[in-house]
Structure formats: C-alpha cells, structure tokens
Design a protein around this ligand. Structure first.
Ligand code: OOB
Length: 542
C-alpha cells in the first residue's frame, strides 16, 4: 500500500475478499465494464452537454493518455478543485486508470487549504476551473505554485491563462497512444483517491479510499437505494463530497446504468427545473437545502413527480422537518448518516415511517462493526448515548501521513473514533445525539474549531480565542469566535473576517458572530470549557 497509508490487517482483508465484498476490480476497470454494458445510454448531463457511456469511456482514455504524456504517473497526487461539471468525472476516472491519486478539495477552498493540501500530499499537479462564482482560480494557482515546489503542472478547465488547458489533455498525443495497460495500472487494493475529513484538527486530514472499498460502498448503497438503469440522479452538492460521489451518488448510479445530471447550484428554482426537465428520480441534499426546497415548493410551480427518493444527510435532520418531506415532495425520504472516513448508515424503503423520520438509518454492510462507548471507552447499553466507534470493509484504518493523529483517532482494535454521540435503537438504528469532536456543522459544511482558532489567535489584537458553534434556524449552526482582546482593543467582526480572508481561509469557515470576553470558563484540567462557553454565549446577545 502507498507510503503513509494504513492497511487493513491481512486476515481481515482476506475475509472481505472471501465474502465477496471486495470484488477485485479497480474503479477505472469498472467504467470500462459499464461502457461495454450501457454503451449509448446517456451517462452524464451537464447544461447542454450529454455524454454517453461509450463517449465517457473514450474521453477518459484520452485524458489519461494526455496526463501520462505530461508525466503524471501511478501514485502521483493531483489536487482536484473543480465545480460540478463533466470534466470532474472525466479527470477522476482518468487518474483512477493511471493509478494517480485525486485529492478532492472543495470549490470553496482558498490558499490556506490548497497550499496545505498540495504540500502535505506533495501534489505534482493541481486542476482548477478558470473562474467560478466570480473567483479566479488561476490567481490562486499562482500562489499555490509559488509556495509548493512539488506542483509542476496546473491544468485549467476553460481559459487557461499561463497554464495548460485541460482540453489539451484529450487532444491526440505524440508517441504511443497508450493510456496505461493493466500491466502497469493500479491494483484493486491500492488507494484510489483521497477524501477530506471534516476535521477536528487544525489542518484537514486526508482519507485514503481504495478501489475495492469504494467500489463496495457504492455498489451496496446503490442496491439499498434500488438504483437501476431507470435512475436519474441529480448531483446537487459538490461532487467531491462522499455523499455525492459514492453514497450511491455518481459512481453508484453509473454502475447501474443510470444517468447523472450535474447541477451547478443548490437553489430550488434551478434544481426543480432540472428535476422536471430530466425526470430526476433520486437526489441528495443537506438539511439546510431541504429547508430551502420545502419553502420553494410553496411558490415554484414545477412537476417533481419523477422524484422517488430524497436523501438527506450530513447534518442532523430534525423529525419535525423530516415529517414534511414526503407529503411535500410526494417521494420517499431517506436519512443518511455518513462520513468521508467510511461508515454509512441509511434508512431503508422497507422501514416503518417512524424509523425513517426519527433515526439516521442503519449501517449499509453486515460487516460494519459499531461500538457505542462511554468516556472511559466502556460499551454503553442499547438505547443509551455514547461515542460511536466503527470499523469495517470501507472504513479507513488510518489517515494519510498522520501517525500521531492516528494513534488517538483509532482504538487498539482499529476502530475509528467518529466523535459522534449516538444512541442505538433496539432495531439496530442509529440516532445522532450530538458530538464530542470540536467541529461546527454549518449547513453540511464541517468547520474545525481548532483550525479557525489558530487563525483568529494570529490577529494582533486577539489575546486568546475559542471558536464554538451557535445554534441557527437556517444553517443549524454558525461559527462564533469568542475572543479575549489584547490590551489595545479588539478587532471588529468585519476586521476579523477580512484578516482571515487575507490568510486565505475559505469563506464558509469565517466567524459570523464575535463575542468579547475578559476570560474563558475553564475545565478542571485548565482547558477552555466550551460547553459552558456555549451555554454562556447562548444566553447572552453578544
Ligand atoms: C458526511 O461526511 P463528512 O465527512 O462531511 O462529515 C461526517 C460527519 C459525521 O461524523 C457527523 O458528525 C456528521 O457529519 N453527519 C451527521 C449526519 N451525517 C453526517 N450528523 C447528523 N445526522 C446525519 N445524518 O457528512 C456524509 C458522508 C456521506 C454521506 C452523508 C454524509
């Protein structure tokens, strides 16, 4: 396995193979099979563009050849920061075929995140759009390239500026037209790509996902969702989210011969129009978007009768909201509790309505192992709340190049500590009750409090900072910075945001509330008592 990654123990891996969970095919080979089977069916729709399975397969081969001609090889890391467009899908499969490793970043990431990712992964290439939502990614690429010497190539979808056009990759190459035969391609057990963790640490962690494990996750979740060739999936959330890419998402739907429609945004007008026009049957959103769509249903007159299932996950969906989904959309609700690290829980179409509304589902694999433990690590009885630990055939055994963090993020049996507080129901369902990790869930976006604290603390007029979530009716939670000012007075919220932006911090992490304090409440161990801080701040109007 790739240097810096932690493998499953051999006997565990053998068991997953023997059970037929890991089928021993790479994601690049999978696409080849799908193209043979589904040929001229439409695989991808993006704006005016419609791409069949065969066209997709051929396009992927051309891009793989183009990448190879530019020296991108097996095990090379490539940071991918593209919006929802066909090129994202094509690039990832091309990299999968070469055995080069996409590192999924989000369009919202800025210099702070991207330089870190490129440096940590020693990326050789970085792929961006020219501009998106008014932001010029070529300028960002300039910063990244100047700071991270390993980044040799920047590929740009659209107007390339000083860089290589992505389109040039699919032009006929000089020399042998070889996209990499099976003899030098990746093995099914190899890492296929990296997802980003929601993160509790000051810097995001990289999650290695193997061909075997991801193929399994997408196949099983597609089965559970009843995905077949009549499925039309609307990718609303960013493609680099595990939820959108593989739960069952893009990969699960392509594997069944369905059609993937790419949305460029989340607003109900655009999405409802697409659902009507493409007869979408399945889509996945976060609770904040579900709220917007429920409201949109009141005034947007579109025919959504094709929708069979609306998946909602990534943040807690409250039962009151959950109850409104089926009547309003006349489709089934499916709750999804998942994580980029692996474990995926889903409610089933056969569950009774109360289970669908009040639980976050149950694990998708019989080989998923779940433990719910108290703070001392002792199992709690069913029905009681504790921290969820898990291991299984598609849950990581270690973050990439993070031995110190891995030492505490996993227990001695290889169980991943999710940081989520859950309660199990008698039927094996999971109910998410809260979290012990220092993460703010803003909409579906995960913000590491520690990371934001690091940046806020760097402000010259901040003596000490603690970052906490504050409850919000729209987003669920927002980021609140609690600050003990330096002697010469505190920055305003606006100044703080400008300061963080100038450090290249992504917008969704910026504090939306600032509370000035003389001191922080402390725990017995002299750490900031965030629980009390949250209670104090919640009561104040700050
Ligand atoms: C998904 O993945 P991540 O990696 O962005 O975030 C994982 C964390 C979980 O540990 C949990 O804290 C929270 O997001 N979460 C939920 C939830 N689904 C995720 N909290 C409450 N209720 C839910 N239904 O968010 C993700 C990955 C795959 C599928 C769906 C979501």
């Amino acid at each position: 396995m790739l240097e810096g990654c932690v493998d499953w123990p051999r006997e565990t891996a053998d068991r997953y193979r023997k059970l037929g969970l890991w089928e021993g095919r790479t994601l690049g080979d999978e696409l080849r099979r799908w193209a043979v089977e589904y040929r001229d069916r439409v695989a991808l729709v993006s704006g005016e563009r419609r791409v069949t399975y065969r066209e997709l397969d051929a396009w992927v081969d051309r891009v793989a050849a183009g990448l190879r001609a530019r020296g991108i090889a097996r095990d090379d890391r490539v940071v991918v920061q593209l919006p929802n467009a066909c090129e994202f899908v094509v690039l990832c499969f091309a990299l999968y075929r070469l055995g080069a490793l996409p590192v999924f970043s989000l369009p919202a990431h800025r210099a702070n995140e991207i330089t870190y990712l490129c440096r940590h992964a020693e990326a050789v290439a970085y792929v961006v759009p020219d501009t998106h939502h008014g932001f010029d990614y070529r300028t960002l690429a300039g910063t990244v390239k100047a700071e991270v010497p390993s980044v040799r190539e920047v590929f740009v979808v659209g107007d390339p500026g000083p860089y290589t056009p992505f389109a040039a990759l699919s032009a006929p190459q000089d020399g042998p037209a070889d996209a990499g035969g099976p003899e030098d391609g990746p093995e099914p057990h190899d890492v296929a790509f990296f997802l980003l963790s929601g993160g509790t640490t000051a810097l995001p962690k990289l999650i290695p996902r193997t061909h075997d494990d991801y193929a399994y996750q997408t196949r099983v979740s597609a089965e559970i969702c009843g995905v077949d060739e009549t499925c039309v999936y609307l990718a609303v959330l960013p493609l680099p989210f595990n939820f959108t890419w593989g739960c069952p998402g893009v990969l699960g739907v392509l594997g069944a011969g369905g059609r993937v429609v790419l949305a460029s945004g989340t607003d109900p007008e655009e999405c409802f129009a697409l659902i009507e026009a493409e007869r979408v049957t399945l889509t996945s959103v976060v609770p904040t978007i579900a709220h917007m769509w429920l409201d949109g249903r009141e005034w947007i007159d579109r025919d959504l009768s094709s929708l069979r299932t609306l998946q909602i996950g990534s943040a807690k969906l409250h039962p009151e909201v959950a109850r409104r989904i089926e009547p309003s959309f006349d489709c089934a609700l499916q709750q999804v509790f998942g994580m980029a690290e692996g474990l995926l829980c889903m409610t089933r179409s056969t569950d009774d309505p109360e289970t669908v509304v009040t639980t976050q589902g149950r694990p998708i694999s019989p080989e998923d192992e779940l433990r719910v433990v108290d703070p001392q690590g002792r199992p709690v009885p069913v029905g009681e709340t504790g921290e969820l630990l898990t291991r299984g055939p598609y849950t990581l055994r270690g973050y990439y190049r993070a031995p110190e963090h891995n030492a505490t993020a996993f227990d001695e049996d290889g169980f991943y500590r999710t940081g989520d507080l859950v309660r199990m129901t008698g039927q094996g369902g999971v109910v998410v009750e809260g979290r012990v990790k220092d993460v703010i869930v803003r909409g579906g976006d995960k913000v590491s409090a520690t990371e934001v604290e690091r940046h806020v603390s760097a402000h010259p007029r901040v003596r000490q900072a603690a970052v906490i979530p504050v409850t919000d009716p729209v987003l669920g939670e927002r980021v609140c910075a609690c600050v003990i000012p330096a002697a010469d007075g505190a920055p305003s919220l606006k100044e703080l945001k400008t300061f963080l932006s100038s450090r290249g911090v992504a917008d969704f992490k910026l504090p939306e509330r600032l509370v000035l304090l003389d001191s922080f409440p402390l725990t017995g161990l002299n750490k900031v008592d965030k629980k009390r801080l949250r209670a104090d701040v919640g009561e104040s109007r700050g």
